[in-house]
Design a binder for this molecule. Structure first.
Ligand SMILES: Nc1ncnc2c1ncn2[C@@H]1O[C@H](COP(=O)(O)OP(=O)(O)OP(=O)(O)O)[C@@H](O)[C@H]1O
Length: 249
């Protein structure tokens, strides 16, 4: 079943059409990567899907329900979550507090039937489970500011996962990492596959081609090709528009 169906999505900044009649279908359970040259509109698309940025027109249907016009917190409740950049991590709070705070902020009043103590336990349990999921449960009581860059990236993932999304949008989760840190994050994402549907934007092509079930190529605000990693690698239009440019870089 298609979990996400985007049709004719548009967004302009002045005269610049950043998302231009974009169509995208994401199947339940898949890891769907979106690649494209710098400035193609990838981050803007993630912001539009999460509700962080508005759209001029089009349709975003998630699990059969129309998301257009719904704010970010309503989309989180519906099951769409996105990762946030390290800048949103609170350095003087522990990793656990960072995740618990994010859960509380995004779930809003959904804990209102619980007592404050039960609420705190519920939040902490949920936060610990998310930290465990990304492999940094042993850092739960460390200040977030003291974590390594890679661990901060894992913490971002935990924050996004803690709301138990059905669709997780990841915007460059490997940015600024290399070597063992990048490999660890790739394995964390591999471990999430199947449990949560993932839309991944990532410049690291080795990671994209090893992780993705399907890849869509975004050029000037439009999806020009969608297919398996092998099909995308062999697509002449894609090679010309994107991969060729990478190889030549
Ligand atoms: N808030 C904004 N106001 C005006 N223009 C913007 C804004 N945000 C993005 N843009 C422009 O929209 C275009 C697409 O930007 P976007 O960041 O979505 O691309 P991207 O594919 O994620 O790029 P990159 O791979 O370099 O991160 C760029 O030309 C960018 O300058």
């Amino acid at each position: 079943m298609s979990l996400l169906k985007v049709r004719n999505l548009r967004k302009s900044y002045g005269a610049l059409k950043v998302t231009d009649d974009l169509d995208l279908t994401v199947e339940e359970g898949e890891l769907h990567a979106i690649i494209g040259p710098n400035g193609a509109g990838k981050s803007t698309l993630i912001a539009q899907l999460s509700g962080q940025a508005g759209s001029d027109c089009g349709s975003v249907r998630f699990a059969g329900a129309e998301m257009m016009g719904r704010p970010m917190h309503a989309r989180v409740r519906a099951g769409i979550s996105r990762s946030f950049q390290i800048t949103s991590i609170l350095p003087n709070f522990t990793a656990l507090e960072n995740v618990a705070t994010a859960v509380q902020a995004r779930q809003g009043s959904s804990f209102r039937f619980f007592s404050p103590v039960a609420e705190e336990h519920g939040l902490n349990d949920q936060a610990l489970a998310a930290l465990d999921r990304v492999g940094i449960a042993d850092r739960a009581f460390f200040h977030a500011g003291s974590l390594s860059h890679g661990e901060k990236r894992q913490l971002e993932l935990a924050i996004a996962l803690a709301t138990r999304p059905r669709l997780l949008l990841l915007d460059e989760p490997l940015a600024g990492t290399s070597g063992a840190e990048a490999e660890r994050l790739v394995e964390v994402m591999r471990g999430l596959k199947g449990d949560v549907t993932l839309v991944l934007i990532e410049h690291d092509m080795d990671a994209v081609f090893s992780l993705a079930d399907r890849i869509s190529v975004l050029v000037y605000g439009r999806i020009v090709a969608t297919g398996s990693p092998d099909a995308i690698r062999d697509d002449p239009q894609v090679r010309a528009a994107y991969l060729g440019e990478e190889e030549g870089a």
